[in-house]
Design a protein around this ligand. Structure first.
Ligand code: UDP
Ligand code: MG
Length: 259
C-alpha cells in the first residue's frame, strides 16, 4: 500500500526514531476547518477532548479555523478556546473556502506532526491514534483512505470517482483514490508545503507531489454528525478546477504538456 514519490528533501539519512524527538513530549497539531458548523461543533470538541485524554505521551494543540461562518460557530469556538489552553482559533473575515482554511491552519501549526480533520465527525478522531503509530514507525504522511462512505449522495460518489480517475490520468504523480484531506504529516512535509507558493491550493495533490514516505490507512468514513454538506456544487467545481489546473504535477502547468 505504501507509495514512494520524489523526495524533495533528503530524508534518507534520518532514522525513523528521530520522528517527534525534537521536544519531549512531542506536540501534535490537529487542524479543524469550520464553516457554519454550529450543529456539530460541541460534539466535535467533546470527541477531540476524549481523544486527547487517550494520548499519554503527546501534547496536543487543536487549531480551529473559522472560515467566515455566519452562524454561531465562531461564538461557540471563542467560548471553548477561552476555557481550554489547547484550543487555538483562527478567524477569517469572510468565507475563503476549505483549502485556504486548511492552509492557514498548517501555517500556524507548531507540532512535530500535523493532522487535518473535518469538523463534522465524518473522519473519526480515534483514527488519529493509528496515524500516530505509523508516524512513529517512520512514515511522513499517513493518509486516510475511505473503505466506506455511508450517507453520501450517488451524485457525490460518482463525481468524486470520475474526478480522481481523471486527475490520475493527467497527473505525473499518483494521487491516491478515495482519499480526502484526513491525514497526518510530519514536520518535514509541513515545512515543504509552507514553502510552496501555489495560490490556488489543492492540498491533497500537493502532499502527493512533495514525496517522502507515504502510507495509506484504510478507515470507515462516518456520516456527517449533523447539518448539511458545506460543499455545494459551485465549491466542488472550484475545487476540481484547482486540482486539475493548478497543482504542481498538473500537465496544465507546463507550456508543453506533451513534453
Ligand atoms: N469547510 C470550510 N469552508 C468551506 C466549506 C467547508 O472550512 O467553505 C469545512 C467544513 O466545515 C468541514 C470541512 O471543510 O469541516 C469539509 O466540508 P464538508 O463536510 O461540508 O464537505 P463534504 O464532507 O460534504 O465533502
Ligand atoms: Mg463532511
Amino acid at each position: 500500500m505504501m507509495s514512494r514519490h520524489l523526495d524533495l528533501a533528503d530524508s534518507s539519512a534520518r532514522s525513523p526514531l528521530n520522528h517527534g524527538s525534537r521536544r519531549t513530549p512531542a506536540l501534535l497539531s490537529v487542524i479543524i476547518p469550520c464553516y457554519n458548523e454550529e450543529e456539530v461543533i460541541g460534539e466535535t470538541i467533546k470527541r477531540l477532548r476524549s481523544f486527547c485524554a487517550s494520548l499519554t505521551d503527546l501534547d496536543v494543540e487543536l487549531i480551529f479555523v473559522d472560515d467566515g461562518s455566519r452562524d454561531r460557530t465562531r461564538t461557540l469556538l471563542k467560548g471553548f478556546a477561552s476555557e481550554d489552553a489547547r484550543i487555538k482559533l483562527i478567524c477569517f473575515a469572510r468565507n475563503f473556502g476549505h483549502q485556504i482554511a486548511v492552509t492557514a491552519g498548517i501555517d500556524a501549526a507548531r507540532g512535530d506532526a500535523v493532522v487535518l480533520i473535518d469538523a463534522d465527525l465524518q473522519d473519526p478522531p480515534e483514527v488519529i491514534l493509528q496515524m500516530v503509530e505509523k508516524w512513529r514507525e517512520g512514515y511522513d504522511v499517513v493518509y486516510g483512505t475511505r473503505t466506506e462512505r455511508p450517507g453520501e449522495s450517488r451524485f457525490k460518489l460518482a463525481t468524486a470517482r470520475s474526478f480522481y480517475r481523471l486527475l490520475n490520468r493527467l497527473s505525473e504523480v499518483p494521487i491516491p483514490l478515495d482519499t480526502g484531506d484526513f491525514r497526518l504529516m510530519s514536520r518535514d512535509v509541513v515545512t515543504t508545503l509552507n514553502a510552496m507558493p501555489e495560490r490556488d491550493r489543492f492540498v491533497r495533490g500537493m502532499v502527493s507531489w512533495v514525496g517522502f514516505n507515504q502510507i495509506a490507512l484504510p478507515y470507515r468514513r462516518a456520516e456527517r454528525f449533523a447539518g448539511e454538506s458545506k460543499y455545494p456544487l459551485r465549491k466542488m467545481i472550484r475545487f476540481a478546477t484547482d486540482g486539475i489546473l493548478s497543482f504542481p504535477a498538473s500537465p496544465c502547468r507546463s507550456p508543453w504538456p506533451w513534453a
